[in-house]
Design a protein around this ligand. Structure first.
Ligand code: 6GU
Length: 242
C-alpha cells in the first residue's frame, strides 16, 4: 500500500506516522508514505496557494491550480486512476467497513484542505471519495488523514502480527471486545472473574462471547443490527433485555 498525502503541512503528516506499528510497517516496506507539499506547486513568487472567495465571505479558499499540479505529480506515473479521498466534514463518515475496503487498494491519495476549503472545480476533477472522520470540525484534514491511514494499515497483510491480528478487533463482526485482565489476580480488593482462572477454555470462550454481547447492548446497541448472532446469542440477549 502506498499513501500519498497532498497537504500544506507535510512535516505534520510524516512525523505523525513514523512511530509504532505503522512506522515498523513502513520500515519493512509493507507501507509507503509520502507527503506532497502543495505549496511547492504554486507559481506565485511568494508561494501563495490561497485567495479570497468569489461572492465574498469570510476566510480564504485554496486555489485550484497548485492542488491540481500536486495531484498530477503523483497520479501521472500510475497505471490506473487512483482513488482520491478528500478529507471533509461533508463526506461519508469513515468506519471499519470502509477501512477494510480501502486496504485492498495499491495506491491511495488523501487531499487535505485548510482555510474555508478548496476551489470546487479541482475537487470535481480529481476527488473520487469525500470522507469525514466524525461530526465535528477540524482546522485541517491532516489529522483526519492520519486517522484513516492508521485504521486502513491494520488491514494490510503483514502489518499486524498474529497476536495483534485485526480479526480479534473491537468491531469485528459488529460486536465490541470483551474485557481483559492481567496479573495480579486481586488488585485493590477487585478479583479477576473466576472463570478466567479456571483453565476451562470452553467456559472462557462462552463467558467472553456473553461479555461482548452485553457490552455491545449497553454501549453500542446500534451495532447489533449488523452482527451475526446465533440462537444462543439471541437467547442470551433476550435474557439481558428483561
Ligand atoms: Cl475529514 N476534515 C476536516 N477538515 N474536518 C473534519 C473531518 C475531516 N472530519 C471531521 N471533521
Amino acid at each position: 500500500m502506498n499513501y500519498h498525502v497532498l497537504t500544506l503541512f507535510p512535516d505534520m503528516v510524516m512525523q505523525g506516522m513514523n512511530t509504532s506499528i505503522i512506522g515498523r510497517a513502513m520500515e519493512k516496506g509493507l507501507l509507503g508514505l509520502e507527503a506532497v507539499d502543495i505549496r511547492e506547486f504554486s507559481k506565485n513568487k511568494h508561494k501563495k496557494v490561497d485567495d479570497y472567495p468569489y461572492g465574498g465571505g469570510a476566510g480564504l479558499v485554496m486555489q485550484a491550480e497548485p492542488v491540481y499540479l500536486a495531484y498530477e505529480s503523483i497520479a501521472a506515473g500510475m497505471e490506473k486512476k487512483p482513488r482520491v479521498i478528500y478529507m471533509t466534514p461533508q463526506g461519508q463518515v469513515f468506519n471499519q467497513k470502509l477501512a477494510v475496503e480501502l486496504a485492498k487498494e495499491e495506491e491511495l491519495i488523501f487531499l487535505c484542505g485548510h482555510y474555508e476549503g478548496i476551489d470546487e472545480r479541482v475537487l470535481e476533477e480529481i476527488v473520487t471519495d469525500n470522507v469525514s472522520i466524525g461530526d465535528y470540525v477540524l482546522t485541517g484534514g491532516e489529522l483526519a488523514a492520519m486517522v484513516m491511514i492508521d485504521a486502513i494499515s491494520r488491514h494490510v497483510p503483514g502489518v499486524l502480527n498474529n497476536e495483534e491480528s485485526a480479526q480479534f478487533d473491537s468491531f469485528h463482526d459488529n460486536l465490541l471486545e470483551y474485557p481483559q485482565y492481567s496479573r495480579p489476580e486481586e488488585w485493590r480488593g477487585k478479583r479477576v472473574p473466576e472463570v478466567l482462572l479456571s483453565g476451562h477454555h470452553g467456559k472462557v470462550d462462552e463467558w467472553r462471547r456473553q461479555q461482548s454481547l452485553k457490552r455491545t447492548l449497553e454501549r453500542r446497541p446500534d451495532l447489533l443490527e449488523g452482527a451475526k448472532l446465533d440462537k444462543k446469542d439471541e437467547e442470551f440477549l433476550r435474557g439481558l433485555k428483561k
